[in-house]
Design a protein around this ligand. Structure first.
Ligand code: ATP
Length: 273
């Protein structure tokens, strides 16, 4: 048996200037979230040590969904988060042209978030990359669909879900600003910092109460600060219907399937903020 690191992977193809065509794709429903649902079982761990990563990707194609015949040509402009080991490959793209029947307005510049299992190796094999990218893609798409009324304001506008070869991606609006993680709190007056925290709790509460989305990854890197507003990104860990899909997890006091005042939920919970 070989160590997984003995296998060579092709270099990450997402580089500045690369042009590619992506096809319209309708995501399958969001995958159920149950305890350990994305963990690698013994079989997966063995396969990771015995099979070349490219062959593994071919063996485990993403969930099917529905591919549509409309294509978009894209060119990578800037890399936002790209590399082997990243959860998703995130970069800015120029939309060169679209062959589409849709009359929706397309923006010229978009963020492409690409769920490529070949470069997903978080937690050194503890998690199964194929189950993770299926979960991440389907949950992100489902969340944006539910968040329609917030798009262009509290969350980026959502353009479409796409497929490039066998890899899934979403195109969303680019938001100019600084993530809360990059911001220097010492340079922001206290009342503004308090207003930021209030806006975060208000948003989380509104979507939890109104459209049944639980944000499991609400953290500083997922809040973009603009001069006069906040924009929230990254919904791949969102859960729906106020509860995980697991009977055991449902008994745990985090998402009991009913509305709870934010005063109570935020008192106990560590959101990493
Ligand atoms: N719409 C956007 N506009 C501007 N920057 C963005 C946008 N989407 C993502 N980014 C940048 O790319 C980074 C990674 O994006 P995102 O959080 O969606 O990816 P991720 O792989 O889920 O990240 P993580 O590993 O933190 O969960 C963000 O922290 C942000 O800096």
């Amino acid at each position: 048996m070989r160590a997984p690191t003995d296998f060579q992977k092709p270099p990450v193809p997402y580089i500045k200037g690369w042009k590619f065509t992506a096809q319209s794709h309708i995501s399958p429903p969001s995958t159920p979230v149950t305890r350990g649902c994305c963990q690698n079982k013994a079989k997966g761990r063995k396969e990771r040590s015995t099979l070349n990563p490219v062959k593994r990707c071919l063996k485990h194609p993403p969930l099917l969904g529905k591919t549509e015949p409309y294509t978009t040509d894209l060119e990578i402009l800037d890399l936002l988060r790209v590399g082997d080991g990243c959860n998703a490959q995130v970069f800015n793209v120029n939309i060169l042209g679209t062959q589409s029947l849709s009359t929706g307005s397309y923006f010229q510049l978009a963020v492409a978030k690409t769920y490529d299992p070949l470069y997903y190796n978080k937690d050194e094999g503890y998690l199964n990359p194929f189950l993770c990218v299926d979960r991440n893609y389907t949950h992100e798409v489902h969340a944006y669909n539910l968040l329609t009324e917030f798009q262009g304001d509290l969350v980026p506008k959502y353009e479409s879900s796409r497929i490039h070869r066998t890899v899934r991606l979403v195109l969303i609006e680019y938001i100019e600003g600084t993530t809360m993680l990059q911001a220097k709190p010492g340079k922001i007056p206290r009342h503004e910092r308090q207003q930021i925290m209030k806006s975060i709790i208000d948003f989380e509460t509104r979507i939890y109460k109104k459209i049944d989305i639980g944000l499991m990854d609400l953290s500083p890197q997922n809040v973009i600060i603009r001069p006069d507003s906040l924009v929230f990104i990254d919904f791949e860990h969102a859960v729906f219907n106020h509860k995980p899909d697991d009977p055991i997890a449902q008994k745990v006091d985090i998402l009991p399937g009913q509305y709870i005042s934010p005063l109570i939920r935020w008192k106990k919970k560590n959101h990493g903020l």
